[in-house]
Design a protein around this ligand. Structure first.
Ligand code: ADP
Ligand code: MG
Length: 243
């Protein structure tokens, strides 16, 4: 389980996370939606400790920390529990698809190259890139690059995968192939948190949806209730604008 208790983060005087409380069960898919600037990326980055929270407690799987007094060992261990998929893929441009995936295994999992390559090949196959493994990112479409990003996250077999708007940098023609891959992963009982603007996708894939605004969780519900019977005025307004 993932438990977030009273998580706080501010940049200067800008309070971005104002005491977030959140639970995600093992195998659950949580979708986070909300307006731009509401702190969605910061929340994911705090879960992965790419951003250091100011206060709060994080429990991810069997690792638990109080962010105010965490050792570098605890930081490292908690970071290993999750893998991020970024909006802009964040691939190494000078490495092939295969090398982008093996890198994570060799560095984070201390694997030997042959073993790392075996696993990376399997996972690149899974995301439909078996015939592209030796290509460099620049020779791949946006959709293919993002599938490499997803393969890299899957490869390290994290407790949870954090997706930060995985399709919002893609040309429309590549969106559905990436969503299909994410959907397939969701069906394998993975624990996932997905920040997305793809409402139909969120409704289909998520077990639960939360709406964030101004550093708080404003509303939380099943997808069906959330999209068809929103409660708070902020959520209603947000969904109406999209609609
Ligand atoms: P969202 O992902 O919901 O669009 P973000 O988490 O990216 O929102 O940003 C929330 C707020 O935090 C914004 O006001 C943004 O400008 C600010 N912010 C994010 N990262 C930084 C940073 N590294 N330094 C200063 N301000 C930041
Ligand atoms: Mg964001």
């Amino acid at each position: 389980m993932i438990t977030v208790k009273n998580l706080k983060k501010q940049f200067g005087s800008n309070v971005v996370l104002d005491g977030i409380n959140l639970e995600v069960k093992e195998g659950e898919v949580l979708a986070i939606i909300g307006p731009s600037g509401s702190g969605k990326s910061t929340l994911l980055r705090c879960l992965n400790l790419l951003e250091k929270p100011d206060a709060g407690e994080l429990i991810i799987g069997d690792k638990k920390i109080n962010v105010k007094k965490m050792s570098s060992k605890e930081t490292y261990q908690l970071r290993q529990q999750t893998a991020m998929v970024f909006q802009h893929y964040n691939l190494f441009k000078n490495k092939t698809a295969l090398e982008n995936v093996t890198e994570a295994l060799i560095i984070a999992k201390k694997m030997k190259k042959p073993e790392a390559e075996k696993i990376a090949m399997e996972i690149l196959n899974q995301v439909g890139l078996g015939d592209k493994v030796h290509q460099y990112p620049v020779t791949l479409s946006g959709g293919q690059q993002q599938r490499v990003g997803i393969a890299r996250a899957l490869a390290v077999n994290p407790y949870a995968i954090l997706f930060d708007e995985p399709t919002s940098a893609l040309d429309p023609e590549w969106i559905s192939e990436v969503l299909q891959v994410i959907k397939k992963i969701a069906e394998q009982n993975s624990t996932m948190i997905i920040v997305t603007h793809e409402m139909q996708f969120a409704e289909e894939v998520a077990d639960r949806v939360i709406f964030m605004a101004d550093g708080n969780i404003i509303e939380e519900n099943t997808p069906k209730e959330f999209f068809h019977n929103p409660q708070s005025p902020r959520t209603k307004q947000f969904l109406r604008r999209l609609g």
